[in-house]
Design a binder for this molecule. Structure first.
Ligand code: RP5
Length: 152
């Protein structure tokens, strides 16, 4: 989920990473403040529709991930978007500083966070999926090999 289509340039990296692991996913623009009822409906019906993890990206006063977490017991990963005014520091603090009781696992600001949200979702799913665990091991191995093969 993302609060605006303007988040897609960054969040496409999340979807590309999920695609790399063959993880089916839904992607929706739903906002905590612009479409509050539709966002709540989408999330609160997610568990029954078979969803396993939510990834919520938003910028500014970024309350989307917290609102998502309020409507589900599924794991919620928050990705703070870089904002024009405060470079994403506003998004980061709004997403990460959840009061006790409703957790949001918050990733880094921007593209790194978008990619890592997907990788963390894969790791969560891999705890009960041996084939996916193997793919994750292979991904890490290949990443390591690429770095070690770097020449300057
Ligand atoms: C948030 O406001 C969105 O997640 C986006 O990061 C930010 C700006 O949205 P737009 O004004 O570009 O639609 O709700």
């Amino acid at each position: 989920m993302m609060g605006s289509k303007s988040d897609w340039d960054v969040m496409q990296h999340c979807c590309l990473t999920l695609d790399e692991f063959g993880i089916p996913h839904e992607k929706r623009v739903l906002s905590a403040h612009r479409t509050p009822h539709a966002a709540a409906e989408f999330v609160s019906t997610g568990e029954a529709r078979g969803l396993k993890v939510f990834i919520a990206a938003a910028g500014g006063a970024a309350h989307l991930a917290g609102v998502v977490a309020a409507h589900t017991i599924l794991p919620v990963l928050g990705v703070p978007m870089e904002s024009a005014a405060l470079k994403g520091m506003d998004s980061l603090l709004s997403t990460v500083q959840m009061p006790a009781g409703i957790p949001v696992g918050t990733l880094a600001i921007g593209k790194a966070g978008a990619t890592n949200a997907a990788l963390l979702a894969v790791a969560i799913l891999a705890t009960s999926d041996a084939a996916l665990r193997e793919k994750l091991h292979a991904f890490r191995k290949s990443q390591t090999e690429k770095i070690l093969a770097t020449t300057l």
